[in-house]
Design a binder for this molecule. Structure first.
Ligand code: DC
Length: 230
């Protein structure tokens, strides 16, 4: 069967990665979480002290970009790939609220975007890929055979993220997460370089009232139709 590129974009915590992982597994495709790549660059910037509560030294980050190597390693047990930053598995560290609080600022830097987009495009050369992010259908793969734009209310998304973080033992409040979700929505959709916008040919899905199974069935039906005619 012909392999296609599936682009999944949308606001933060809409469950894009859950859908993307389910689809990739079902189809035997590669799954790439591009948010994790921006998070890894953010973690690197924090570790080097380029970004703190009080400052962000973009120039130093840009000058260090060629020392950042991001890769993915498949975790058999979990069934998906984890992020490797300069040889170290940083999957857990990049999910912290601290990284979430800084990541939109790092993702605004055009030089960072250029480097990561280039790597993402290479990963999709052979097709058979599900990639999620903010600019996949608009910038990374404008010719993707299938594009989804996932949405849900900010409150629903904050609650989902709150459950996820408290379950793994993080000490966070719902209010701080809602604020982070709203702040990232604002920065992600108003930044100059590759803002989060729905591609004209993307299929929009609001999953506020869908459970995981309903959502998967809905999306998988669309994918099957597409693959049949591809
Ligand atoms: O999907 P996520 O929440 O892990 O993404 C983290 C941040 O990275 C998000 O706030 C915006 C940025 N991002 C981006 O600018 N472009 C992408 N393709 C993916 C993520």
């Amino acid at each position: 069967m012909k392999k296609i590129v599936i682009a999944i974009d949308g606001f933060s915590s809409t469950g894009k990665s859950t859908i993307a992982k389910q689809l990739a597994k079902k189809l035997g495709y590669i799954y790439v979480d591009t948010g994790a790549m921006y998070r890894a660059v953010t973690l690197f910037s924090m570790q080097k002290g380029f970004i703190t509560e009080t400052k962000f030294d973009k120039e130093l980050l840009i000058a260090s970009l060629n020392t950042i190597e991001i890769g993915f390693m498949f975790n058999e047990e979990l069934g998906f790939s984890e992020v490797i930053l300069n040889g170290l598995n940083v999957e857990k560290m990049i999910r912290s609220l601290e990284v979430s609080n800084f990541v939109s600022q790092v993702a605004e830097v055009s030089e960072v975007r250029r480097k990561l987009v280039e790597q993402q495009q290479k990963m999709g050369e052979e097709k058979g890929i599900v990639m999620d992010g903010r600019d996949i259908g608009t910038v990374v793969f404008p010719n993707a055979e299938l594009k989804f734009f996932i949405n849900a209310s900010a409150e629903t998304r904050a609650l989902r993220r709150y459950d996820e973080l408290t379950k793994r033992g993080d000490d966070v409040t719902y209010k701080s997460i809602l604020e982070n979700v709203q702040m990232r929505d604002y920065i992600d959709s108003t930044r100059e370089d590759s803002p989060l916008i729905k591609a004209d040919d993307a299929i929009e899905i609001d999953n506020s009232d869908l459970d995981l199974n309903e959502q998967f069935q809905l999306i998988y039906r669309i994918v099957q139709k597409k693959i049949e005619v591809a």
